[in-house]
Ligand binder design. Structure first.
Ligand SMILES: *[C@@H]1O[C@H](CO)[C@@H](O)[C@H](O)[C@H]1NC(C)=O
Ligand SMILES: *[C@@H]1O[C@H](CO)[C@@H](O)[C@H](O)[C@H]1NC(C)=O
Ligand SMILES: *[C@@H]1O[C@H](CO)[C@@H](O)[C@H](O)[C@H]1NC(C)=O
Ligand SMILES: *[C@@H]1O[C@H](CO)[C@@H](O)[C@H](O)[C@H]1NC(C)=O
Length: 532
């Protein structure tokens, strides 16, 4: 009896030890959209699980956050002067351009399209900022709740400014901003262009001389773009809201923790800072059983197994021609294919392929019959594949996707095909390679083992640092001093200038002394010669 009691007590003590009680706190979340939201939602659910009171700030036109659903966290909805259709029109234009038109476009056309898109994005971003920060009643009601932390996705611009206005510690959650501009400039993350490739170049960490030239050029291009954007738009806005001159990077650079949605199973080894934490794959979990109908279809594949196919939640349809090319390729493999696709059914769809509006992707990838995953290369899907050890055929479409797939290709776990140029045969070849060549599976299993062998699960790491920031009211001890340095101090140009001056001075003095001596000696010998 006593031993049972003791066992119970030690069990309770153990539980106390492994999950230190944290006082329930108030968390404010400022999420992004689409896959960004799906990722953050996992963190929010875990925070609720740990008794925190979570409030999600969401705009009324959000294309991906269904705030009418009852959740365990609260939604705080604010109005914006645009609606869901505006959002979707912009998304569709973006997708269509990058999926189809960019291939044949000149640099000028791409530049104009990017400028056009940026202008529209800007209007949208600033109206979101206005809707929150210029709404005195909203800001005051947020102040009244006394939040302990703001968890934000920098997909929307003003979350850092809101943290500053509310005087809250800030935790950012992101995969990577375009060309790592924000991490490098606002986060002070070091990124040597000699071995850290820039997006969207899709180079690896081993670059030839000309690739490095290209890479340096891309860094500069991103920097100039960001500099001009900040100078003309963001900095004036931030200064106006704050009432004192400030810059975007100064405010964003106050972020206490940067939660990066990748890990070393995916990234090339490279320098990072103490307040950058890696939580890639935090949304992954063991597979749940499939529904009966799905399981039946999967089992009908026999020893050949199945292929899972999704181009993500943003791409709803394909052109007829591309749809048919893909469908006829899928019909040529012995595996059964589950394709997430909401567009019109391609005419060449074969009996081994079924299309679904939605698939339980994580459960399918974790199914023992799954042989390969055809993906656009979004980070969420990639991590599910790494988690379950499923080799990939990558069909990158836009944004960071080519870069993501390139990472997996260099690690030998994926084959990349070009969405626009591929023939049915290319896709069939890619699939046959990753399914029949055991090297792809082995490489993916190696990444999977690296992923699972971490001191703490990614979700626990994310929640730990959010709670850490709440307990300590920030994480300033992890903040590098380079935030306070000017660019010439950071690169030690002032030191170099000083050292150079000293060297120059010594050289000049030495030369002067030498010439003086030589002249003196010379004159002496001359004098001696005369007296002789
Ligand atoms: C939880 O957050 C809501 C705001 O969404 C706030 O009204 C409420 O007072 C908070 N609850 C506690 C216990 O702080
Ligand atoms: C791009 O150009 C190629 C060759 O000129 C052509 O076959 C293809 O249809 C074009 N693609 C688009 C989307 O216009
Ligand atoms: C996809 O559907 C949207 C809306 O129905 C349409 O505007 C767009 O042109 C379609 N895209 C393609 C590639 O067919
Ligand atoms: C660096 O800057 C921060 C705020 O920008 C300030 O709080 C801190 O005291 C500065 N550190 C030094 C050593 O000046």
């Amino acid at each position: 009896m006593v031993s049972v009691k003791r066992l119970f007590l030690s069990g309770a003590l153990f539980l106390l030890y492994v999950c230190p009680l944290t006082q329930a706190a108030n968390v404010l979340a400022f999420p992004g959209e689409h896959s960004h939201w799906l990722n953050m939602r996992i963190i929010l659910n875990e925070l609720v699980q740990r008794n925190h009171n979570v409030t999600v700030l969401v705009n009324a036109a959000s294309p991906s956050i269904d705030y009418s659903r009852s959740e365990r966290y609260h939604f705080l909805v604010y109005d914006v002067p645009f609606d869901r259709q505006d959002y979707e029109a912009m998304n569709n234009r973006f997708i269509e351009f990058w999926m189809y038109e960019a291939q044949n476009a000149s640099v000028l056309q791409i530049g104009l399209e990017v400028k056009n898109l940026m202008q529209k994005m800007n209007v949208l971003q600033l109206s979101v900022c206005d809707a929150i920060l210029r709404d005195q009643a909203l800001v005051e009601s947020l102040q009244r709740v006394k939040f302990d932390v703001l968890l934000a996705d920098p997909m929307y611009m003003c979350s850092d400014l809101l943290a500053d206005v509310l005087d809250l510690p800030l935790v950012l959650s992101l995969r990577m901003t375009f060309g790592m501009v924000l991490e490098r400039h606002c986060g002070q993350m070091p990124a040597p262009p000699s071995y850290v490739p820039s997006v969207p170049l899709a180079y690896t960490d081993q670059m030839s001389f000309f690739e490095r030239v290209h890479n340096v050029f891309m860094y500069l291009l991103n920097d100039v773009f960001m500099y001009l954007h900040c100078l003309t738009t963001v900095n004036p806005y931030y200064s106006e809201i704050k009432g004192t001159p400030t810059t975007f990077c100064e405010i964003m650079g106050k972020a206490d923790i940067w939660l990066i949605r990748t890990y070393w199973d995916f990234e090339y080894p490279r320098p990072f800072l103490p307040n950058f934490k890696f939580v890639g794959g935090l949304h992954c979990k063991p597979a749940k059983p499939l529904t009966e109908a799905l399981e039946e279809f999967v089992q009908s594949s026999g020893d050949d197994g199945i292929v899972v196919f999704s181009l993500g939640s943003m791409v709803k349809n394909l052109t007829k021609e591309r749809g048919n090319t893909i469908a006829s390729a899928l019909g040529q493999i012995p595996q059964k294919v589950l394709w997430r696709y909401t567009g019109e059914k391609p005419e060449t769809l074969a009996p081994n392929t079924r299309v679904y509006d939605w698939i339980p992707q994580n459960d399918l990838l974790g199914h023992p019959k799954t042989k390969a995953f055809i993906t656009h290369g979004g980070t969420n899907g990639l991590y599910e594949a790494i988690y379950h050890g499923v080799p990939l055929v990558g069909v990158p479409l836009f944004a960071d996707q080519p870069d993501n797939i390139m990472h997996m290709t260099t690690k030998g776990a994926a084959v990349m095909v070009d969405f626009n140029k591929m023939t049915s045969q290319d896709l069939v070849d890619g699939l046959n390679s990753v399914i029949n060549d055991p090297l792809y599976k082995e490489n993916m299993m190696r990444l999977s083992r690296i992923h699972h062998d971490q001191p703490m699960k990614p979700l626990d790491t994310a929640v730990f640092w959010i709670e850490f920031v709440m307990r300590h009211k920030g994480a300033k001890h992890l903040r590098v001093e380079s935030h306070n340095l000017s660019w010439y101090q950071y690169h030690c140009l002032d030191v170099a200038a000083a050292l150079l001056s000293v060297v120059l001075l010594i050289t000049v003095v030495t030369v002067k002394i030498c010439t003086f001596c030589i002249r003196k000696c010379f004159r002496k010998t001359k004098v001696r010669q005369k007296t002789d």
